[in-house]
Ligand binder design. Sequence first.
Ligand SMILES: NC(=O)c1ccc[n+]([C@@H]2O[C@H](COP(=O)([O-])OP(=O)(O)OC[C@H]3O[C@@H](n4cnc5c(N)ncnc54)[C@H](O)[C@@H]3O)[C@@H](O)[C@H]2O)c1
Length: 258
Amino acid sequence: MSNRLKDKVAIITGGAGGIGSAAGQLFCEEGAKVVLVDRDRSTTEAVANDMRNKVPGARVLAIVADVAKDSEALRIVAETEAGFGGIDILVNIAGIREYWRLADAPAESWHDILGVNLLSYAYMAKAAIPALRKSGTGCIVNISSTYGVTGRSGMGQYDATKAGILALTRTLAFEEAEHGVRVNALCPGFTLTPFHFKRAQAAGRTADELRNEKLRECLMQRWADPREIAYPILWLASEEASYITATTLMADGGRPVM
Ligand SMILES: NC(=O)c1ccc[n+]([C@@H]2O[C@H](COP(=O)([O-])OP(=O)(O)OC[C@H]3O[C@@H](n4cnc5c(N)ncnc54)[C@H](O)[C@@H]3O)[C@@H](O)[C@H]2O)c1
């Protein structure tokens, strides 16, 4: 265990997912007290237990919540403060995907994806800001996507939420700078999480095929491991980034230059 986040309290939404659990484990390794928030009880508790096993001395709290509901944000913050005594870092990672072309996208899927991918980021920030202001080193890291910056066809609803996260991040950074809270966004590219393994499997492809695939869409020509995304999240959340706010950091293997 190293100490880049020694005794900092970090809430991670989507903490049982691929990038969320990688960030949670790395934060534990760096001495943080970590609150994993996700929607399924058995998965969230299993991920928290896995972290306790892998990182001796890890301090992890699992909270089951639907982050698309604003009242849940207040409960998450209250339980975090009761369990760990404050909040220093909020990492918004929860996300869902929709695969409609915009000409066909139903209203219901718009509501679903806006609720998780954009509104939950706003609700969590609003609920955590009083504690983040008190922290003295408070910060928020919002997970967007390389497609929040560039375009494509077929996932317009998702891409719109990810672009919205970048606007939300900049405004929060403006408004919270005077209160000492930094707010940044990270845009991952193709990251090999269980979500992608399941999709590949459903399409008849093996995990190894996916891992060894030569990606033409980015300079690195390969998928990222979730830990390669967790490191820039860690950096943005740490005091090493103490002069960084309102930034959009790309972690996409050099995709937008192609
Ligand atoms: N994997 C990639 O290639 C990639 C690329 C760019 C951006 N991202 C973004 O990174 C984030 C994590 O991606 P991932 O690949 O790890 O996906 P994932 O599906 O493994 O993780 C997302 C997590 O969010 C949780 N979640 C969804 N709705 C929720 C709700 N209402 N309440 C609480 N939790 C909820 C899910 O249960 C899941 O654990 C997402 O925001 C995604 O858009 C991923």
